[in-house]
Design a protein around this ligand. Structure first.
Ligand SMILES: Cc1ncc(COP(=O)(O)O)c(C=O)c1O
Length: 438
């Protein structure tokens, strides 16, 4: 690495505390000088093919000029304005454009800062929706393994994800029902779905009137290991909630903006929730911003002559104009670059390469949805702390591939600009790892 890279690592080690990192044992962080498309560039001409979209945020590609320009132009005009009592063009145009694309009659957008705050907003919104109608409903239901972020409310509804043992005493009570995760050629999927729905039925018999909402990641639980379920399960769950008059929150922080092959996973699931949480791909990964969008019916419940019915929530940077400009530019690219067609090509490539490895002795539970392919590596220990995770991560980095296994789960989640040649390179690396490393 050159002198500048070394200097940055020195400063980093002296002053920075990294996320989800055991700072004592972690190797030095890799300084990145620039990025373009799917490629990150270091200070030593080393390149890394980013096939995890930098924690699942990058959609159209790093430093995409259309988005970079939109942010630069916006910065010269209006960089920030208080969003209580004021509005601005990028927010108005982004929400108008997004509303046309969101499922069903979800068309009312509340801005916040990241995935976790989008989830916090959804929980508070659901709770107050009932309160404003004279009902005290404070129970929430999550699905086993669901992950919704790292703030306290989001941790509470993600309490079974396995990441939050140190904070158990801070979390509020949340009821958990099973998640019928499945994979290709899974003979037990119907039984798992049946059991999960039977659990839900028992819960509803006892607590329907106290439950504000069920929150879930539609079709795909990301952080707990790219665990997938079938649309029919979400549809049956939704039918029960409709009958019991309970809100359904879709956390599409990861699945939103094309990851599952449709703009939103809701479409693929065939279910319109009451509230939807969006972040990550909202700005194509350029800036932190999120939206919690809801139906007009929910919004109406907050309209009253008294302030006590208003939604008393907000952040300093709510609807930051730069983020909104990025979001609008990103949405336009889905049309002008025919992004969903690119995602279909990525899915076809994943299909071809998954088929090549699915009978490998180290591979099990292959799964695929849209731009995301995943499988389990057979290892002594499974789960997030599996010993194979760090070994594989290191092996891939040495080959110029940014692939971050979730324990023994290997997955690819590339930016949509990734070429077939680049994807083949990533899959070749995976095949070699299966043969040489694990
Ligand atoms: C489904 C889901 N919800 C919420 C979050 C939290 O988002 P953030 O890290 O932006 O707070 C994540 C992050 O990975 C996520 O995958």
């Amino acid at each position: 690495m050159n002198a500048q890279g070394n200097e940055l690592v020195g400063l980093d080690r002296a002053h920075i505390w990294h996320p989800f990192t055991q700072e004592k044992t972690a190797p030095d962080p890799i300084p990145i000088a620039s990025a373009s498309g799917s490629v990150l560039k270091g200070f030593d001409d080393q390149e890394y093919l980013d096939v995890v979209s930098s924690w699942w945020v990058t959609t159209h590609g790093h430093a995409h000029p259309a988005i970079a320009n939109a942010i630069a132009e916006q910065a010269k005009t209006l960089e920030q304005v208080i969003f209580a009592g004021f509005t601005h063009e990028p927010a108005a145009r982004l929400t108008a454009a997004l509303s046309k694309k969101l499922p069903g009659d979800i068309s009312r957008c509340f801005f916040s800062d990241d995935g976790s705050t989008a989830v916090e907003v959804s929980l508070k919104m659901a709770c107050q929706y009932w309160l404003n109608q004279g009902q005290k409903r404070t129970r929430f239901v999550m699905l086993q393994g669901g992950y919704h972020g790292d703030t306290v409310g989001a941790m509470s509804v993600g309490r079974s994800s396995g990441f939050f043992d140190a904070f158990a005493n801070m979390l509020f009570h949340v009821d958990v029902i099973p998640f019928p995760d499945t994979w290709e050629d899974d003979p037990d999927v119907e039984q798992k779905e049946h059991n999960a729905l039977a659990d839900l039925d028992r819960y509803l018999d006892q607590h329907a009137g106290e439950c504000a909402a069920v929150i879930l990641e539609p079709l795909l639980q990301g952080a707990s290991g790219m665990r997938m379920c079938r649309p029919v399960f979400i549809q049956k769950l939704n039918a029960r909630l409709k009958e019991a008059n309970i809100l359904l929150i879709f956390d599409e922080v990861m699945t939103g903006f094309g990851r599952t092959g449709t703009l939103f996973a809701s479409e693929k699931a065939g279910v319109t929730p009451d509230i939807i949480c969006l972040s990550k791909g909202l700005t194509s990964g350029f800036l932190p911003m999120s939206i919690t969008a809801c139906t007009q019916e929910i919004y109406q419940a907050f309209l009253n002559d008294d302030f006590d019915h208003a939604f008393a929530h907000g952040h300093s940077f709510t609807a930051n104009p730069l983020g909104c400009a990025a979001g609008l530019a990103s949405l336009k690219l889905f049309e002008t670059e025919q992004t969903l067609t690119k995602i279909a090509a990525i899915e076809a490539k994943h299909r071809e390469r998954l088929d090549r490895i699915k009978d490998h002795e180290k591979v099990e539970h292959t799964r695929l949805i849209g731009s995301i392919a995943a499988f389990d590596v057979k290892a002594k220990n499974s789960g997030y702390n599996s010993e194979v995770g760090p070994i594989l991560k290191k092996y891939f980095l040495e080959r110029g591939l940014l692939i971050r296994p979730l324990g023994n789960v290997l997955y690819l989640l590339p930016p949509y600009c990734t070429s077939m040649e680049q994807l083949d390179r990533a899959w070749d690396g995976i095949e070699d790892a299966l043969n040489d490393v694990v």
